[in-house]
Ligand binder design. Structure first.
Ligand code: ZN
Length: 463
C-alpha cells in the first residue's frame, strides 16, 4: 500500500442541481489517497492527519504535496487513427473525410503501423491526464488489436471497436454486413472484458452503413448486450439531411439505429447538436451516453450542444475531444470551449447560467463515467474503485501564478467574512471554485504533473 499526500478532490454527485455546488464534492486540502499497488484499487481517501493515525506504517509519497489530485479524465469520443491528421483545414465535414480521414485510415490495415500510432496516441492521452477513452478505430480488425494490446501493456481501460462502413466511403475502406458481423464477433470474443478492455460495436454514422449492415450489427448487440454501441448522431445539418435522404422512412437519426436494435443504455452517441426534442427525450429515457465535443463542433460550425436542456433532462453526457476533428487532446482545453458554448447558447443574457468549474470537472470525471456506465468502477476515490488519477498544478506560467497568488491573498479576507456564516470547510470549498476555474479556463497539457493508471505512475512531467 502507498499513500499519496496532496490536495484531493472528487465528486459524489452532479453539482448542477445543488443550491450550493460545493456540496457535490469531497475535498481535502491536506489529504491522502491510499492505493493498493498489487490490485491497483483505492483503499481509502480522506484527511491526511486522520489517515496517518489509522495507517501508521504506510509508505507515504509526499512529492505532490501542495498540488491537486483528482480522478483521471474520461474522453467519451475520440478517433485514434486521426492522431496524425489532427487540425486539418477543410470547408466541411464530408470534404474533410474524403481529403484527409479516409486516406489516413487506410494505413491501419498494417498492424505494425497501427501499433506505432496506438503507442503515440496513448502517450498523448496520459500527458493530458486522460485515463480512459471511448475510441473509434478503423474498419480493419488490426486497428482494434493494436490499440487493445498497447492499452493492455499500460493496464489502461480503453473502449474501442472496429468501424462498420459499407457505403458512401472509398471502396478500400468498405466492409460488408457479413464481414462487419464476423470481424466484430471475433474481436468481442478475443478482447471484451479481458483485462480492462471493453468492446464497442461501431457504425461510423448512419450515412455510411446500409440497413443490412445495421441489422447485422443489431444481431450482434442482441447476442452480446453488455458490449457498447458507439456512433456519431445528429452531428450537423448536412449529416442529418444526408441520413434522411438515405432513410426517408425514419423521422430522426436515432430511429435509424433503434430500428436495428442498436439503442440501449450501453449506446454512446457523439455530438447530438441537432437533436430534435423527441431524440433528446429518448436519450434520457433509455439512459444512453452522449459525448459533448465542443471544440470539434466549433471547428466544423456544426451546431451548439444543448447543455442546459440535456442536464435538465438527465441525459448522461461526458466530454469528448473528438481527436482529430479538433485542435488538441487536452480535456482542459475542451472544457474551455464547453464553457463558451454554454454561454453563447443562452439568448436571455439577463438570466444566463454559466457552466461552473464544478460542473466542468464533474463532466470530465464522474459525469463521463456515468455516460459510459462505469461509475461503479471509476471516477471516485472510494474503497475498491480503480485507482486512475491525475496530479494537477494550480498554475504553470507567470500569469496563472499571479492570478493564483491574488486569490490566495483575497481568500484570507473572504474566509474571515465567510466564516461568520459558513463552516471552515465550506469556505475552503468556496475559494476552491476560484482556483479550479483557473485550471479549467487557462490550463492545458502543462497543467498535468503526473498521471497514474491502476495506482501506477505512467506519466510524469519533467519540468
Ligand atoms: Zn468523431
Amino acid at each position: 500500500m502507498i499513500g499519496f499526500r496532496a490536495s484531493i478532490i472528487y465528486f459524489k454527485e452532479d453539482p448542477y442541481f445543488l443550491e450550493v455546488q460545493e456540496d457535490s464534492i469531497y475535498y481535502y486540502q491536506d489529504g491522502m489517497l491510499i492505493v493498493d499497488k498489487e490490485s491497483g484499487l483505492v483503499v481509502q481517501c480522506g484527511q491526511y492527519n486522520e489517515l496517518v493515525e489509522e495507517y501508521p506504517d504506510i509508505d507515504i509519497d509526499e512529492q505532490f504535496k501542495g498540488q491537486l489530485i483528482m480522478p483521471g479524465f474520461i474522453d467519451c469520443h475520440t478517433h485514434y487513427p486521426q492522431t496524425e491528421m489532427i487540425c486539418t483545414f477543410s470547408t466541411d465535414l464530408f470534404s474533410w473525410l474524403n481529403t484527409y480521414t479516409f486516406p489516413t485510415e487506410d494505413q491501419f490495415k498494417d498492424l505494425s503501423y497501427a501499433r506505432k500510432i496506438s503507442q503515440f496516441y496513448l502517450n498523448q492521452l496520459l500527458k493530458n491526464g486522460t485515463t480512459t477513452a471511448l475510441v473509434m478505430a478503423t474498419i480493419h480488425p488490426e486497428s482494434v488489436q493494436a490499440l487493445f494490446e498497447e492499452a493492455t501493456k499500460l493496464n489502461m481501460r480503453i473502449i474501442t471497436g472496429k468501424t462498420l462502413m459499407d457505403r458512401n466511403a472509398p471502396e478500400f475502406l468498405c466492409d460488408t454486413p457479413e464481414s462487419a458481423y464476423s470481424d466484430s464477433l471475433n474481436l468481442i470474443e478475443k478482447y471484451h472484458n479481458k483485462g480492462r478492455c471493453l468492446y464497442s460495436i461501431t457504425p461510423r454514422f448512419s450515412p455510411t452503413s446500409t440497413r443490412e449492415q445495421l441489422q447485422a450489427a443489431g444481431k450482434l448487440k442482441l447476442r452480446y448486450p453488455d458490449v457498447y454501441m458507439h456512433t456519431h448522431l445528429s452531428e450537423s445539418i448536412e449529416q442529418v439531411e444526408f441520413a434522411q435522404s438515405l432513410y426517408p422512412e425514419n423521422q430522426s437519426d436515432i430511429q435509424i439505429f433503434e430500428q436495428s436494435n442498436l439503442v440501449d443504455k450501453k449506446s454512446v452517441f457523439a455530438h447530438c447538436v441537432m437533436c430534435p426534442k423527441s431524440e433528446s427525450d429518448q436519450l434520457s429515457r433509455l439512459q444512453c451516453g452522449v459525448a459533448f465535443c465542443p471544440t470539434s463542433n466549433f471547428c466544423y460550425g456544426a451546431g451548439i450542444f444543448p447543455y442546459h436542456e440535456f442536464v435538465q433532462k438527465n441525459v448522461n453526457f461526458g466530454i469528448g475531444s473528438d481527436v482529430g476533428g479538433t485542435t488538441d487532446f487536452s480535456l482542459l482545453k475542451t472544457l474551455q470551449d464547453a464553457y463558451k458554448v454554454v454561454m453563447i447558447s443562452q439568448k436571455d443574457t439577463k438570466n444566463r447560467k454559466p457552466m461552473s468549474s464544478f460542473e466542468g470537472f464533474y463532466r470530465a470525471t464522474l459525469g463521463g463515467c456515468k455516460a459510459l456506465h462505469l461509475e461503479d468502477k471509476l471516477g471516485k476515490f472510494e474503497p475498491g474503485y480503480e485507482a486512475d488519477f491525475v496530479v494537477l498544478d494550480w498554475f504553470t506560467n507567470d500569469i496563472q501564478k499571479l492570478r493564483h497568488e491574488t486569490i490566495e491573498k483575497r481568500s484570507g479576507k473572504a474566509q474571515r467574512h465567510l466564516n461568520s456564516c459558513k463552516s471552515d470547510s465550506q469556505s475552503d470549498k468556496f475559494m476552491l471554485a476560484q482556483r479550479l476555474f483557473g485550471i479549467m479556463m487557462m490550463g492545458d497539457q502543462h497543467s498535468i504533473k503526473a498521471t497514474y493508471i491502476s495506482g501506477k505512475q505512467c506519466y510524469l512531467r519533467k519540468n
